[in-house]
Write a protein that binds this ligand. Structure first.
Ligand code: SF4
Ligand code: SF4
Length: 439
């Protein structure tokens, strides 16, 4: 066992309101410079949606360091320095600027100085890159207002005019938000794909960084990261990425996105893991087994054997204490309510998510019950508004079983806590139903 420490994050998607405060504060701190106008180290995607850069999840399109076997499974593309150098010419299959978006500002001057007229002056978008008028056709998070569905509130006349059948279909529509940063993977394919060896994973806390002096602008990391969380600064000619706000972390402060998150949904903490077990876990053949495989590399920071091995590996005592107090261990391993994003990419991501349970009203059966009513939810998870299969496609390589278990546990927790909040008797059977007794 080779114990290492890893800074990690869990985000509770039920609490994200899509306000983008995290993205804006991150941009102000890290990418408020020329050359990276289009870059969002933190972005918040509407789901369902194309993401940012658009269609980044389509690994066949971007060949993000992966290739498919005959059985359709993703496997790492064959490496080798020469091959990588060669393939830069045939490649890189990178997202183009249009896939991120052409950053723009507005012609505010026109707004302020337009002569009085019949119409209100309209600010035209101007490209931040060329300074010329531009037609904005795509942007990060373009999806959430396109359909216009979210603008039709319950009781709206438009809704009233719909036939019952259309209304029922319409009410099944769903939307939630997925905030994303670099995953600071245990098995980072960005680092593996860099011909210059410029990307490294810090030994002390696992944060993945780009050495700006060594970066030669090959951009193989942009191709190699399946999450598309490395960006090219076209002014400096170097790659840049989320730094997990390491200068703040080093003085005991949270990341900017965590500190400013309006929903208070980002949990930060240290995890201990067995570095010797990472390669084997990442290579597990069955994609559905990858979630459990990744969990198997995490080490219980309360276990005396792990504590002894951590000390032998020169991990300071206060770091071990921090791992013991970390909410990450509890959310992933104790309560088992957090899931990895796209474990099938096999990079062993370390930003995990509590999947959204809401909206919880049981629409399909039209009972009027909350989905958090345990009797109603058990056996009827498919009646939730957000389809379990959709969530499974994000978090468990398509396996619905772990997602269902998490949703049921979340529902039980809500039902249990609601009774306490209402001053009713605790219902231990609710806790026992999902194995939470005594927690
Ligand atoms: Fe590298 Fe991408 Fe993983 Fe971040 S998410 S560590 S950029 S492979
Ligand atoms: Fe969601 Fe928090 Fe970001 Fe707002 S600040 S979009 S609530 S993650």
């Amino acid at each position: 066992m080779r114990v290492m420490a890893q800074m990690s994050m869990v985000m509770n998607l039920d609490k994200c309101i899509g306000c983008h405060t995290c993205s804006v504060t991150c941009k102000q701190a890290w990418t408020n410079r020329s050359g990276v106008e289009y870059v969002w180290f933190n972005n918040v995607e509407s789901r369902p949606g194309q993401g940012y850069p658009r269609t980044y999840q389509n690994q066949d399109r971007w060949e993000g360091g992966w290739t498919r076997t005959r059985t359709g499974r993703l496997k790492p593309r064959a490496g080798g320095r020469i091959k990588k150098l060669f393939s830069i010419f045939a490649n890189p299959k990178m997202p183009a600027m249009q896939d991120y978006y052409e950053p723009w500002t507005y012609d505010y001057e026109h707004l302020l100085t337009a002569p009085a007229g019949d119409d209100t002056p309209v600010a035209r978008p101007k490209s931040l890159l060329t300074g010329k008028d531009t037609k904005v056709t795509w942007s990060a998070n373009w999806d959430d207002s396109l359909a216009g569905g979210n603008e039709i509130a319950a009781g709206d006349p438009i809704l009233q005019q719909m036939s019952e059948q259309v209304r029922q279909e319409y009410e099944k529509a769903f939307l939630f938000f997925l905030p994303r940063i670099c995953e600071h993977c245990l098995n980072p394919s960005c680092a593996a794909s860099c011909p210059s060896g410029a990307i490294y994973k810090r030994a002390e806390d696992g944060i993945v960084l780009v050495d700006q002096d060594r970066c030669r602008g090959w951009r193989m990391c942009v191709t190699g990261c399946p999450y598309k969380k490395i960006y090219f600064n076209h002014r400096t000619g170097k790659a840049e990425k989320c730094t997990f706000c390491f200068p703040r972390i080093e003085i005991g402060q949270p990341t900017i996105c965590s500190e400013t998150c309006v929903g208070r949904l980002r949990y930060l903490g240290l995890m201990l893991y067995d570095a010797d077990a990472v390669g084997k876990a990442a290579a597990v053949k069955d994609e559905h087994a990858l979630y459990e495989a990744q969990k198997s590399v995490f080490l219980d920071p309360h276990d005396p054997q792990v504590i002894a091995a951590a000390r032998a590996a020169d991990i300071p005592d206060d770091w071990i204490t921090a791992a013991q107090r970390s909410p990450i261990w509890d959310l992933i391993m104790k309560y088992e309510v957090a899931l990895p994003l796209h474990p099938e990419y096999r990079t062993m991501p370390m930003v995990w998510y509590i999947p959204p349970l809401s909206p919880v009203v049981d629409i399909l059966r039209d009972t009027g019950h909350d989905g958090e009513d345990l009797d109603n939810l058990f056996g009827a998870v498919d009646a939730l508004r957000i389809p379990v299969d959709y969530l499974a496609g994000l978090f468990t390589a398509g396996d619905p079983a772990p997602v269902t278990a998490v949703l049921q546990r979340l529902a039980a927790m809500r039902a249990y806590q609601r009774r306490i909040n209402l001053g009713e008797e605790r219902d231990e059977s609710l806790a026992a139903a999902v194995g939470m007794t005594g927690t």
